[in-house]
Design a protein around this ligand. Structure first.
Ligand SMILES: *Cc1c(COP(=O)(O)O)cnc(C)c1O
Length: 383
């Protein structure tokens, strides 16, 4: 068939199913507002839930860090890329979350891929919530072990799978707050199930950290559980990027021997670690930001009642409106765009077939009037 025709056939298929993905170049700061081709829109699609990407102390910390340490780390952490700045921040993260160790990764995607690839052997199994992030499910598919998905947030379904014998080890995988639905996992029940079967629990709290729990300590602290492996990502409420795996001492040492994304990749720049350190301080002290976000969530959920759209059961910054068909979701996004609202349509395979949606996100950077503008635009676009 040839490379060219294979690629063209794939693109044609993407068009046919209204699944074609495009990036659009934005400007204007990409925070509360963004600018697209000269049009200023209110941004309801970002993950910067507390607005920390523009926090003066975080920006200043990155600038000072760059002046002091340069902008690149110069190598893998196993060679010269790991500094005392990295070491101090890893320890601070570990102490904050109550783990012996934290290991920094360049992204959440890399952390999840590295973890699963390093840990799993052919006789093992992964039992994952079926709505887990692609970085987890794809890592499990590529690992030599077996993968079974359990019904979303269904601890009883997990129990049934756990009851089946396995010759190797079992890793249970879930998210703290689900990225496309905004709902919370029943972590207490999942952790009890896993523990009863001597399985390990991995929680990816990309969307819970900073937003949920006292001082933004995340979904696990809020629900009183301590998973064996906790993945935090810094591209959302931290407002920066990168990730960390929290675990015990031996597991950290094991990952340093086996996690290829750590060994064969340039370490995070120290200047970025300085920004993360400042972001962690702002996040811990960010109760006022979290209160503001909760007020926006309440305002939105009250105002959206009565619209002919399915609102997900979410108490978090992620407030998806489930539309159904791909084209309908694209049309609604376009209708909002015409009214100055930026809201991305999310389609399969990111979400299950037939559940295309607008993934609306609210942030502390929004103003109450922004939420009202969004609601007016939704009523007009649906009316
Ligand atoms: C965003 C996200 C990731 C990926 O993190 P990056 O740092 O953006 O690579 C992983 N897991 C979940 C649940 C996410 O939402």
């Amino acid at each position: 068939m040839g490379w060219q025709s294979r690629i063209e056939a794939a693109l044609t298929e993407q068009h046919r199913t209204a699944a074609y993905r495009r990036r659009v170049p934005l400007s204007g700061g990409n925070q509360r507002q963004l600018v697209h081709e000269g049009q200023t829109c209110l941004n309801f699609s970002g993950n910067d839930y507390l607005g920390l990407s523009r926090h003066p102390a975080v920006v200043a910390a990155w600038q000072r860090g760059a002046a002091e340490h340069g902008v690149g780390s110069g190598g893998s952490g196993h060679v010269t890329g790991y500094s005392e700045v990295h070491q101090r921040f890893e320890q601070r993260l570990a102490d904050w979350q109550g783990y012996p160790r934290a290991l920094l990764f360049i992204s959440g995607f890399a952390a999840n891929q590295a973890l699963l690839a390093a840990l799993l052997q052919p006789e093992d199994r992964v039992l994952a919530d079926r709505l887990s992030h692609a970085s987890l499910l794809e890592a499990a598919l590529h690992a030599p072990c077996s993968l079974r998905r359990f019904a979303h947030n269904d601890a009883a379904a997990l129990s049934r799978l756990l009851a089946k014998p396995v010759s190797g080890e079992t890793l249970v995988v879930t998210e703290g707050v689900f990225s496309m639905d905004g709902d919370a996992a029943p972590l207490k029940a999942l952790a009890a199930d896993a523990q009863a079967h001597r399985a390990w629990l991995l929680v990816d709290d990309a969307h819970g950290i900073g937003v949920v729990g006292e001082q933004g300590a995340g979904s696990c602290r809020a629900q009183g559980v301590r998973p064996d492996l906790l993945v935090l990502t810094f591209g959302k409420a931290f407002g920066v990027s990168g990730a960390a795996v929290l675990c015990d001492d031996a597991t950290a040492e094991f990952l340093l021997q086996r996690a290829r994304h750590l060994i064969y990749s340039t370490a995070m720049p120290a200047a970025q670690v300085c920004a993360l350190d400042a972001a962690l301080t702002a996040l811990i002290e960010g109760d006022a930001l979290r209160d503001r976000l909760q007020q926006h969530i309440r305002r939105f959920r009250e105002g959206v009642a009565g619209l002919p759209l399915q609102l997900a059961a979410s108490a978090t910054a992620i407030q998806p409106l489930i539309v159904g068909e791909n084209q309908a979701a694209l049309d609604l996004a376009a209708g909002l765009r015409a009214r100055g609202i930026w809201a991305s349509a999310i389609r399969p395979p990111t979400v299950p077939p037939g559940s295309a949606r607008l993934r609306l996100t609210l942030t502390a950077a929004h103003q109450p009037g922004d939420i009202d503008t969004l609601l007016e635009a939704l009523h007009a676009a649906c009316g």
